[in-house]
Design a protein around this ligand. Structure first.
Ligand SMILES: C[S@@+](CC[C@H](N)C(=O)[O-])C[C@H]1O[C@@H](n2cnc3c(N)ncnc32)[C@H](O)[C@@H]1O
Length: 301
């Protein structure tokens, strides 16, 4: 067969087709991720601002010290890296994320010469064994298709005696701005239950700690981290959902005008009752875990 100026045998053509199909399959979930996490400024207004409040708590929980070499896995728009820079200014920090637009957003913030943001996949880190002494991940592991691979990679690039730590929102009850949203979205259309982020993996008490132990980390501890999400008005709560970021924004983006208006009306009633607009303060909780990478020759407990 002739393609352009190149002759290709049937066998080669079948092979090329097979390779293209498997690349498409592998990219299917990557495609979903990139649609969900696509615009840095919109993500910042929706969830990134809350990551910035949560990040210092994870940095402290992970025991980051000045001078550490730190990897921020799934760095997004840079909230966790920025918190490391504040707490430990002479640390070298690399942030990696799948979403090129988020990486560009994070780079534009110019966090200093010791900081670098790169496009990368948590499931296949390009760093050598033991390159970092703290490897952290904020609100990412639940989105990764092969979480076990990602945790293996986080451990591999951390030197023995170093710390691997992560946090995931408690989507079931603790992350209230999303809880309220999904409760009303499902009351409006029960078929949407499958999209509720409460079904996310690793968001319940004990789940992260179990994974850390199963991967052979020691001195594992888990803790709940809490921030307050503050909105100056109902519109301050609602409008970021219109920006199509993350699962909730993606859900709103798929609604018809009338469904969206009905959801907005229900949420306003849920948060403000029938009264006038006023500031809204609700808690957001995340589960955080940390563990130490074993030195070679140490047995798994
Ligand atoms: C909820 S955001 C959290 C971002 C940031 N850590 C924060 O707290 O604001 C999830 C992030 O995980 C990234 N992500 C998802 N899968 C990934 C993968 N396989 N490798 C690297 N990043 C990934 C997304 O692009 C997105 O930036």
């Amino acid at each position: 067969m002739r393609i352009g100026d190149v002759f290709v045998s049937q066998r080669t053509l079948a092979l090329i087709t097979l390779m293209a199909l498997s690349a498409l399959a592998a990219n299917a979930s990557a495609g979903a991720q990139s649609r969900m996490f696509s615009a840095g400024d919109a993500y910042e207004r929706f969830m990134g601002k809350w990551s910035r409040e949560l990040a210092p708590l994870l940095v402290e929980f992970a025991g980051v010290r000045d001078g550490d070499a730190v990897l921020d896995v799934g760095s997004g728009t840079g909230a966790l890296t920025a918190a490391v820079v504040v707490a430990a200014p002479s640390s070298r920090v690399i942030g990696i994320d799948f979403a090129a637009s988020y990486v560009a957003f994070a780079r534009a913030r110019h966090l200093g010469d010791l900081v670098r943001f790169e496009v990368g996949d948590a499931q296949q880190l390009r760093y050598g064994d033991g390159s970092f002494n703290r490897t952290l991940s904020l609100l990412v592991l639940n989105f990764i298709p092969d979480r076990a691979k990602a945790v293996d990679e986080m451990i591999r690039v951390t030197r023995p005696g170093g710390t691997v730590a992560a946090a995931v929102w408690d989507y079931g009850r603790g992350m209230q701005m999303l809880r309220v949203f999904w409760d009303e979205a499902i009351l409006l259309n029960p078929a949407m239950d499958a999209r509720d982020e409460r079904h996310m993996p690793l968001c319940r008490k004990g789940e992260l700690a179990l994974v850390w132990r199963e991967h052979g980390l020691h001195d594992v501890s888990e803790e709940m981290l809490t921030i307050q999400t503050r909105f100056v008005s109902f519109d301050d709560y609602w409008s970021p959902f219109l920006e199509k970021q993350g699962p909730a924004g993606t859900h709103v983006g798929a609604l018809s005008d009338s469904e969206r208006e009905e959801l907005r009306r229900r949420l306003r009633k849920r948060l403000l009752g029938d009264g006038p607009d006023h500031p809204i303060v609700i808690a957001a909780r995340a589960w955080a875990v940390r563990g130490i990478v074993r030195r070679r020759g140490t047995s798994v407990r």
